[in-house]
Design a binder for this molecule. Sequence first.
Ligand code: SF4
Length: 384
Amino acid sequence: MTLIIRDRKITRRVFAQRGSLAVAGGMFIPMAGNDPEISSPVVSGEGQSSSERLAMYQEESARGVVCRICPNECTLKEGEISDCRNRVVRKSKLYTMAFGNPCAVNSDPVEKKPLYHFLPGSSAFSIATAGCNFACLNCQNWTISQTSPDKTKNFDLPPGDVVASAKANNCRSIAYTYSEPVTFYEYVYETSKIARKEGILNIMVSNGYINPAPLKELCRFIDGANIDLKSFSDATYLKLNGGKLQPVLDALKIYRDEGVWLEITNLIIPGYNDTADEIRLMCRWLFSNGFADTPLHFTRFQPLYKLEHLPPTPLAVLNSAAGIAREAGLRYVYVGNVPGAGTDDTVCPECGQKVVERTGFRVISNKITGGKCTCGVVIPGRWS
Ligand code: SF4
């Protein structure tokens, strides 16, 4: 594979040295070694990195500067770093340190996000900076999510260059992914505005932990999203992720209501969110809140990070979850991270025909024409 970044070709060999993407579901292995094409943020005489920008959605308060981007609402004093590790207060103003300096860049099949009803078979130019507003015990990308941009090796890639690189690599979309794009909000916002003008679509792959106002503003430029619904329990959100459930449910509704094509992922972790009762509650909530046609991806947990001691999710649990979801009325249910299981195909809910067949992240056949199955039923999604 050759990736073109800022008019320069990066070969599979160089990419492998840097540690490009490795595994299904957006797992990223960080870059390693010294490479002259990668730069660390340059620090100016004033102590401000060239990757720093004045942050959006900041407010002054008696206790410090408040960030209103996500429900963590960090209140920071001079020099303090945010929970997401990429925002800092300097001279009483909040700055993002994650602007134009992605530590991960790749061209992925859009199916890897996963998005199954969104330009099937196309490529998404995928970027991430360091930082996250969660601290998931099972994070598969913890080496970039649980650190700050001054500790990762970064590309120098301002918004216009991201869009140009997406075009140069024949990508129809840009995916903000791997770590948590909510925390590099300004970079996403500026890049997606340019991409929209240039006819490139924008995709958020996110935990959905964002406040309503910044989300609605961002949705003006976002075309597709895959949001992790990590469990259906506030206690589990607190224990597993360091967050809360309700803001994520609110974000799902906002994405949908603002006209963004939405798909949802639920990673099932043994002992955390795998009971039939919880899965049934979640699916019934989705159905009764208008998400019957929103694709739901159950994905398999693999032992990682702080949950290395747990076993992978048993296939029986995943298949049972899919059955519960269908019984609740959800029409497009997938089981991911299970190669060869045949649970990646899109099936017409009316005639039962396989309308999109997939193997892993590859589309084998696509019978959808004009957004419809050959039987005439509309299959929701963005198909062209
Ligand atoms: S985006 Fe970062 S700085 Fe802002 S509230 Fe969330 S965790 Fe805190």
